[in-house]
Ligand binder design. Structure first.
Ligand code: NAP
Ligand code: GLV
Length: 308
C-alpha cells in the first residue's frame, strides 16, 4: 500500500518514521516526490492544494491530519472516497490544556501579574473562585468534551452547546437556538471549539457578544472564520468584552500590522492550541489504515453533507 503525505506544517520525516514503526509494509511518499500517481491508494494530508488528490486515480482513502476538515471540503475536486478526520489522544489533551490555560489566565490575572513583574510591582489582585466563573463551550465534540472534563475537574461550572443533544457528567448540556441563548446569558467565559461550517461561520459576532454578561471573556480555538474580528474589537473597545484569547484567525499567519496583534486585551497564539503530534496521532492513522485494509467500518468518518 502506498500513502501520499502532504503538509506544509507537519514533520514528514517524523510521520514517516512513526507510520513505518506501526506499518512496516506501508510505502510513504512525500509531496512533491509523488512518483507514479497511480500507485497511491491512501493520502494523509493537511491543506493540500486543490486538485492534488483528484490527480490520484486509485485513491481509496483520505486521512486528514487535522480534526477540522473544512480546508478539504472547500476543494470542489475532492475525490468521493471515505474521509477520516483526526481524533487522537495527544490532540484532545493539547486542546484541554490550552483551554484550561486560557481560562486560568483570565481568572487568575496572569497577564496583569506578568506586567507587574516587569514593572517591579507587588500588588495582589482579587480573583473570583473557580466555582463562580461560568464557562460556556460552543462545541461539545471530541475537543469540547476534553476541555469540559478538565474544567469540571478544576471546579468551574461548565455548560456546553452542540447541534444534537449530548450528555456529559458534570456539564449542563444545551443544543439548538434556545440552548445557545441560555448558554450565552450564563457564560463568564465563552470558548469556541466548533467546526467551521456554513451554520457556524461568523458565530462569534456582535449579537453573540451582546448576549454575554458584561465583562465576559472570549476564547476562540475553533477557526478564524467563526470570529467577526471587527465586532470583537468594538466589543473590547466598549468594555462589554473584557478580553480575548485567540488561537485561530481569518488570515494565517496573522499580518504583523493587524489590530489584534498588539491589542492589550488580546492574548494571541499562532494556531497551536491542539497540535497533531506524530507519536500519539500515528496510532489513530495506523488503526484506520488497518481497518480499511480489512474492510472494517471506519471510525471518525466525515459527514460531507453536515460539513464536519
Ligand atoms: P467534533 O468532535 O466533530 O465536535 C464538533 C462539535 O461541534 C459537536 O459537539 C457538534 O455537535 C458541534 N456543532 C457542529 N455544528 C454545530 C452547530 N451548527 N450548532 C451547534 N453545535 C454544532 O470536532 P472536534 O474534534 O471537537 O474539533 C472541533 C474543531 O476544533 C475542529 O473542527 C477545528 O475547527 C478546531 N480545532 C482547532 C485546533 C487548534 O489548534 N486551534 C486544533 C484542532 C481542532 P454534535 O455533537 O451535535 O455533532
Ligand atoms: C487544527 O487546527 C486541526 O483542525 O486539527
Amino acid at each position: 500500500m502506498t500513502l501520499l503525505f502532504h503538509s506544509a506544517s507537519d514533520d514528514a520525516r517524523a510521520w514517516t518514521a512513526e507510520l513505518n514503526r506501526r506499518l512496516p509494509d506501508l510505502e510513504v511518499r512525500v509531496t512533491p516526490d509523488i512518483g507514479d500517481p497511480a500507485d497511491i491508494t491512501c493520502a494523509l494530508v493537511w491543506k493540500p492544494p486543490p486538485g492534488l488528490l483528484a490527480g490520484l486515480p486509485n485513491l481509496r482513502l483520505i486521512l486528514s491530519l487535522g480534526a477540522g476538515v473544512e480546508p478539504l471540503l472547500e476543494d470542489p475536486t475532492l475525490p468521493d472516497v471515505p474521509l477520516v478526520r483526526m481524533v487522537a489522544a495527544g490532540l484532545a489533551e493539547d486542546m484541554a490544556g490550552y483551554v484550561t490555560m486560557e481560562v486560568l489566565r483570565w481568572q487568575r490575572h496572569a497577564d496583569a501579574y506578568a506586567a507587574q513583574q516587569r514593572a517591579g510591582q507587588w500588588r495582589q489582585l482579587p480573583h473570583r473562585p473557580a466555582a463562580e466563573v461560568r464557562v460556556g463551550l460552543l462545541g461539545l465534540g471530541e475537543l469540547g468534551a476534553a476541555a469540559a472534563r478538565a474544567l469540571v475537574a478544576l471546579g468551574f461550572p461548565v455548560a456546553g452547546w452542540s447541534r444534537t443533544p449530548r450528555t456529559l457528567p458534570g456539564v449542563t448540556a444545551l443544543h439548538g437556538p434556545d440552548g445557545l441563548a441560555t448558554l450565552l446569558a450564563g457564560s463568564d467565559m465563552l470558548v469556541c471549539l466548533l467546526p467551521l461550517t456554513p451554520e457556524t461561520r461568523d458565530i462569534l459576532n456582535r449579537n453573540t457578544f451582546a448576549a454575554l454578561p458584561r465583562g465576559a471573556v472570549v476564547i476562540n480555538a475553533g477557526r478564524g472564520g467563526h470570529l467577526v474580528e471587527e465586532d470583537l474589537l468594538a466589543a473590547l473597545e466598549s468594555g462589554h468584552i473584557a478580553g480575548a484569547s485567540l488561537d485561530v484567525f481569518r488570515e494565517e499567519p496573522l499580518p504583523a500590522a493587524h489590530p489584534l496583534f498588539g491589542h492589550p486585551l488580546v492574548h494571541l497564539t499562532p494556531h497551536v492550541a491542539g497540535v497533531t503530534h506524530p507519536g500519539p496521532c500515528a496510532d489513530h492513522v495506523a488503526d484506520t489504515i488497518r481497518r480499511h485494509r480489512a474492510g472494517d467500518p471506519l471510525p471518525n468518518l466525515v459527514d460531507r453533507r453536515r460539513g464536519y
